[in-house]
Design a protein around this ligand. Structure first.
Ligand SMILES: Cc1ncc(COP(=O)(O)O)c(C=O)c1O
Length: 431
C-alpha cells in the first residue's frame, strides 16, 4: 500500500510517527508471524496471545539443558534453581502490578488462582453472603463464581449481584457500580470484577471500587487478565485485597503460561487466614521435612497460596518478557500505548460511511490497548475477509472485533494498515 486514502493518514506520515515516537518499539525482540508473501501479518491480538519474545527460547533451553545435565540436582544446582524459581518474579512482578514483593506470586493458571483466592476472600457469614460481579464477564469468571457458591451449598441466583451497562450503553457506569455496592451494604461479602473488561476493553476505576467495597465491609478482588502489562496498576496503594492474572496476553509468556496472583500485605502476612494449602505454600526451610512435620506452616507472603511445585518450563518464557517490561518501564509503555490506540481510533473514525462503531471508552483513564469494534451486517463474513488479508485479531459473536495495538511490538503502520482494510470491508474506502 503506497497511496494515501482520503481522510486517513498518508503512509509516509505514518512511518514518520514510527520513526519519531519517543518510546522506541521493541518489535525486533519478538517473532512476528509472516504471511505467505513473507510480509509481517498485522498482529493485533496481544489481548489474546502475546507474541514470542526471542529470548524466551534461551530461557526455556536453559531449563531443558540443565534438566538433561543435572536431573533432579537442578532443583538446587541449576543456574536459577528450580526450588526457588518463582522467586525471580517477585521484584519484576511487583513492579508490574504496583505491589510489594511479598504480595505477588506466579503460580497455576488464572481461573485456578481465582478459586484459590476466593476460598480465602469469600467468607460468607450470617447475612453477609453476596458476591458482586460485572456483566458481561468472561465466561470462566462466571462459572468460577457460580460453582464456588454451589460448592459451598449456596444458590448462585440468590447470592450473585450483577452490575450491567445501562440500556443503550456498551460500558459500565462507575456510578452504577458504586451505587450497587452501597445498596448491597452489609449483605456484600466480596466483589470480584474484571479490572479491564474482556469484551469492551473498559478499564474500571479499581481504586474507587476498592474504597466503596471496604466502606461496606466487603473484600475486593479483580481479575486482571486484560490489565496486567496493559495499564499501570497500583494494587497495593488502591488497597485491593486480592487479584489474579494470566501471562499469555500482554505479558507474552506463551500459551497456557504460568499465571500470577496478588494478595495485599495485610492478608499475605496473616498466616491464620483460611486457604487451600499444599507443600509449596509451606515455609521452604521445613518443606522437605515431609512426614516429620504434618502441620502446615504458611510462608507469611503471597507465596503461601502456592499449592504444588511450579511448572518451571511454563515459567521460563515469562522471564524474557518481564526483562523487556523492565527495560522500557510501564509508564513509558503506557504513554506509547495511548498514542498508538488514539491513532488507531482516529484512523478508524476517518473511514467514510463506516458500518461500525467503537465501543471502548474514549477517555484515557478508561481504556488500555484494546479497541472493540461493533460491526453492522454480516460481521463474521467480513471479519473472515479481513483475516484473509493478513490481519490477526479476534471476533466475539455476534458482532465484536477486538484489536489491541500493544506498545512493545505494534507500530503506527500496523494501525494504519488495519484501518485501511476496515475501510475497504466496512466502509467505502477504495482499494
Ligand atoms: C478475563 C479472563 N478471565 C479468565 C480467563 C481464563 O483464563 P485461564 O484459562 O488461564 O484460566 C480469561 C482468558 O482469556 C480471561 O480473559
Amino acid at each position: 500500500m503506497t497511496t494515501a486514502h482520503r481522510g486517513l493518514a498518508d503512509v509516509a506520515e505514518v512511518r514518520r510517527l514510527d520513526e519519531h515516537d519517543p518510546v522506541a518499539s521493541m518489535r525486533d525482540r519478538f517473532a512476528v508471524p509472516v504471511q505467505s508473501d513473507g510480509s509481517d501479518v498485522i498482529y493485533l491480538c496481544g489481548n489474546s496471545l502475546g507474541l514470542l519474545p526471542l529470548t524466551a527460547t534461551d530461557y526455556v533451553n536453559e531449563v531443558m539443558d540443565e534438566w538433561r545435565r543435572l536431573g533432579v540436582a537442578g532443583h538446587l544446582q541449576a543456574r536459577t534453581p528450580w526450588y526457588s524459581y518463582h522467586e525471580v518474579f517477585r521484584e519484576q512482578g511487583s513492579r508490574l502490578v504496583g505491589a510489594k514483593p511479598c504480595e505477588v506470586v506466579m503460580m497455576n493458571s488464572l481461573t485456578i488462582n481465582l478459586h484459590l483466592l476466593l476460598t480465602s476472600f469469600y467468607r460468607p457469614e450470617g447475612s453477609r453472603t453476596k458476591l458482586l460481579m460485572e456483566m458481561p464477564a468472561f465466561p470462566s469468571d462466571i462459572y468460577c463464581l457460580q460453582t464456588h457458591l454451589q460448592a459451598r451449598g449456596l444458590c448462585p441466583e440468590e447470592h450473585i449481584i450483577q452490575v450491567r451497562p445501562r440500556q443503550g450503553s456498551d460500558v459500565l457506569d462507575t456510578g452504577d457500580i458504586l451505587a450497587a455496592i452501597e445498596e448491597a451494604g452489609d449483605s456484600l461479602a466480596t466483589i470480584m470484577m474484571g479490572g479491564v473488561n474482556f469484551l469492551t476493553g473498559q478499564v474500571l476505576d479499581m481504586a474507587a471500587i476498592a474504597e466503596a467495597g471496604h466502606r461496606v465491609g466487603a473484600m475486593v478482588g479483580f481479575d486482571l487478565a486484560h490489565a496486567a502489562g496493559n495499564v499501570p496498576l497500583r494494587l497495593h496503594d488502591w488497597n485491593v485485597d486480592f487479584g489474579a492474572w494470566c501471562s499469555y496476553k500482554y505479558l507474552n509468556a506463551g500459551p497456557g503460561a504460568i499465571a500470577g496472583a496478588f494478595v495485599h500485605e495485610r492478608h499475605a502476612t496473616n498466616t491464620a487466614l483460611p486457604r487451600l494449602a499444599g507443600w509449596w505454600g509451606n515455609d521452604p526451610d521445613t518443606r522437605f521435612r515431609m512426614h516429620l512435620e504434618d502441620a502446615f506452616v504458611p510462608v507469611p507472603s503471597a507465596d503461601s497460596w502456592q499449592t504444588s511445585n511450579p511448572p518451571i518450563l511454563s515459567m521460563a518464557p515469562l522471564r524474557a518478557s518481564l526483562d523487556l517490561f523492565d527495560a522500557v518501564g510501564m509508564e513509558s509503555l503506557r504513554s506509547r500505548s495511548l498514542r498508538l490506540t488514539r491513532f488507531l481510533r482516529e484512523q478508524l473514525e476517518a473511514v467514510p460511511n463506516r458500518r461500525y462503531r467503537i465501543t471502548t471508552p474514549q477517555e484515557a483513564e478508561a481504556h488500555g490497548c484494546q479497541l472493540s469494534i461493533a460491526v453492522d451486517g454480516d460481521a463474521q463474513q467480513a471479519f473472515e475477509t479481513i483475516e484473509s488479508m493478513g490481519v490477526v485479531a479476534d471476533f466475539r459473536p455476534p458482532n465484536t472485533i477486538r484489536v489491541a495495538p500493544t506498545p512493545l511490538y505494534n507500530t503506527f503502520e500496523d494501525c494504519h494498515r488495519f484501518a485501511v482494510l476496515m475501510g475497504q470491508s466496512f466502509g467505502t474506502l477504495g482499494t
